[in-house]
Design a protein around this ligand. Structure first.
Ligand code: SIN
Length: 291
């Protein structure tokens, strides 16, 4: 096995490992160690079947069956969701064509955010369709001790609707209304401690609507500052996909964003498995924090 770092901030390519079959436990431990060290791992060139992707994922935890978004699931495989702009059989636009456009951590807007995600590329446009990853440990560690202390005492309101913005894609009012009913906002600590590495990370994204106990107006400037901070190029790795790449990231210390930088008449097709995480946070009744 060889390892090649992908950027200064985060990410490594793992070479010389056959991910299509069962992995010996010692190799799983080695990969886990690399995942904890680099946060994002890339494996190239495996034409994985759905079953092989699920089998790989099971080495690192229990695959989520995506009950929260059943219409994204691949037929016959509840452990897989398809993220694509490919038109469905009846010629309708795919509901996943703009999934992940805003910076986020998967299922952060729930009481059980995902531990990890494994994304495999099955079709690509000629150019673009990249995914960006931000190192949220570094985001925390590069703040002043004073701000770190303030943030460590705060909770933030995570609301999936906060990320629906014309900046990324026109929000679909029906989808937004359905999510308002099925995915009410939750409160999470702003600073998380990773259970395996013990490192602290900033748990904020573009799905955060405000700090608990602060007003929207009070929250916005600090959120804006922190957003600019964690998306600075020095903290980010931008993945330019090749066919049959598989990338696995750690949602406990990484934010990611899918870019719409490609010709929409060409197909981008990705399959994702998701690893269930620990329960976190508490429910919120409000959309905006009330002082
Ligand atoms: C996601 O947010 O899981 C989608 C990422 C991508 O399609 O690049």
């Amino acid at each position: 096995m060889k390892v090649r770092r992908l950027s200064y901030a985060l990410g490594a390519e793992v070479l010389g490992v056959d991910i299509t079959g069962p992995l010996p436990p010692t190799l799983v431990e080695e990969i886990l160690g690399l995942w904890h060290e680099h946060q994002v791992l890339l494996f190239r060139g495996a034409a994985l079947t759905p079953q092989q992707q699920i089998q790989f994922t099971e080495n690192f935890g229990e695959p989520d069956r995506h009950e929260g978004n059943p219409n994204f699931r691949m037929a016959g495989y509840p452990e897989l969701i398809e993220i694509t702009n490919k038109l469905s059989a009846n010629g309708k636009a795919s509901p996943t064509k703009d999934v992940g456009r805003a910076w986020h951590s998967d299922l952060e807007h729930t009481l059980q955010p995902l531990k990890g995600s494994v994304l495999w590329c099955g079709a690509l446009p000629d150019v673009g369709g990249d995914t960006m990853f931000a190192n949220m440990y570094m985001a925390f560690e590069t703040l002043s001790p004073g701000l770190q202390k303030t943030l460590a005492s705060l909770e933030a309101e995570h609301d999936v609707i906060a990320s629906f913005s014309p900046k990324y894609a026109p929000p679909d009012p029906e989808h937004v209304a359905a999510l308002r009913r099925t995915a009410p906002p939750v409160a999470h600590p702003v600073v998380r401690v990773h259970p395996a590495t013990g490192r602290k990370s900033l748990f904020l994204s573009e799905r955060v609507s405000g700090f608990v106990g602060w007003t929207y107006e009070e929250s916005r400037p600090l959120l804006q500052f922190l957003s600019e901070h964690f998306t600075q190029p020095e903290l980010v790795y931008r993945h330019q996909w090749q066919l049959h790449d598989m990338v696995m990231w750690d949602n406990r210390c990484v934010n990611h964003q899918a870019l719409g930088n490609y010709d929409r008449s060409q197909v981008r097709y990705m399959r994702r498995t998701s690893i269930i995480g620990e329960p976190l946070g508490r429910p919120m009744n409000s959309v905006l924090a009330v002082a």
